[in-house]
Design a protein around this ligand. Structure first.
Ligand code: AP5
Ligand code: MG
Length: 213
């Protein structure tokens, strides 16, 4: 079972996918986390992606398809939550080709008001090792700058500056929003209001997922 979790930068995709992985046994596949891992390891893909991500633009589709294939292979046999893929209609079509007509159970759009998105991203802090997501004021790690989950350093992402966030939101509007219509046309689109607290959004999302299972 593959479910797509889509939404603007800062909507809470990573936060919710982590909770669903911990509590409901899903495997989270985050293409953003996978790319950041490649950057950390200094691989060829990582070196290619680093400046593109820092600018807030999309990494080329062929690179992402390779990453997606290996992540799907590693998660085989588990229910999967896709966080950060597909980011444009070409990627959505590539995913359909990869998993077949019935491979996607649903695409859930986590919708958050623009003002809240900026507030969430500007306070976001991320673990350099496992990608766990925190917020400086609403959800800080228990020990300052130390990840609760793996003990590594918690930092601000280089693409979380105000200037880069504007670029990312622009890319979302022009390239990723059309993906919503792609899934609407396939009858797979669902919307969950992402404006509430983390726990209230979780309840709504978990209920939506149960209705798809
Ligand atoms: P990616 O890592 O996917 O970033 P994104 O889509 O911009 O999304 P974010 O991770 O910023 O937001 P999120 O929705 O996960 O929010 P979070 O849960 O952290 O991609 C980064 C880059 O990689 C792209 O720009 C691109 O360059 C490249 N890339 C990745 N995939 C690609 C692809 N398929 N094709 C091409 N390029 C690709 O929450 C945000 C903050 O809000 C946190 O601080 C959190 O604690 C807080 N928060 C969460 N929920 C709540 C709540 N309910 N109430 C209050 N605060 C909350
Ligand atoms: Mg994320």
């Amino acid at each position: 079972m593959i479910v797509i979790l889509t939404g603007a930068p800062g909507a809470g995709k990573g936060t919710q996918a982590d909770l669903l992985a911990q509590r409901e046994g899903y495997k989270k596949i985050s293409t953003g986390d996978a790319l950041r891992k490649q950057i950390k390891e200094g691989t060829e893909i990582g070196n290619k992606a680093k400046s593109i991500m820092a600018e807030g633009k999309l990494v080329p589709d062929d690179v992402l398809l390779g990453i997606l294939q290996s992540e799907l292979e590693a998660a085989r046999g588990f229910p999967i939550l896709l966080d950060g893929y597909p980011r444009n209609v070409a990627q959505a079509k590539a995913l359909q080709d990869l998993v077949g007509k019935n491979g996607i159970r649903g695409a859930i759009h986590l919708e958050v008001d623009p003002g809240a998105l900026i507030q969430r991203i500007s306070g976001r802090r991320t673990c350099v090792n496992c990608g766990a997501s925190y917020h400086a004021t609403t959800n800080p790690p228990k020990r300052e700058k130390v990840c609760d989950r793996c003990g590594s350093e918690v930092v601000q992402r280089p693409d979380d500056t105000e200037e880069k966030v504007k670029v990312r939101l622009g890319v979302y509007e022009s390239e990723t929003r059309p993906v919503l219509d792609f899934y609407r046309n396939l009858g797979l689109y669902h919307r969950v209001d992402g404006n509430g607290t983390t726990e209230s959004v979780y309840k709504a999302l978990a209920a939506q997922l149960r209705s798809l299972a």
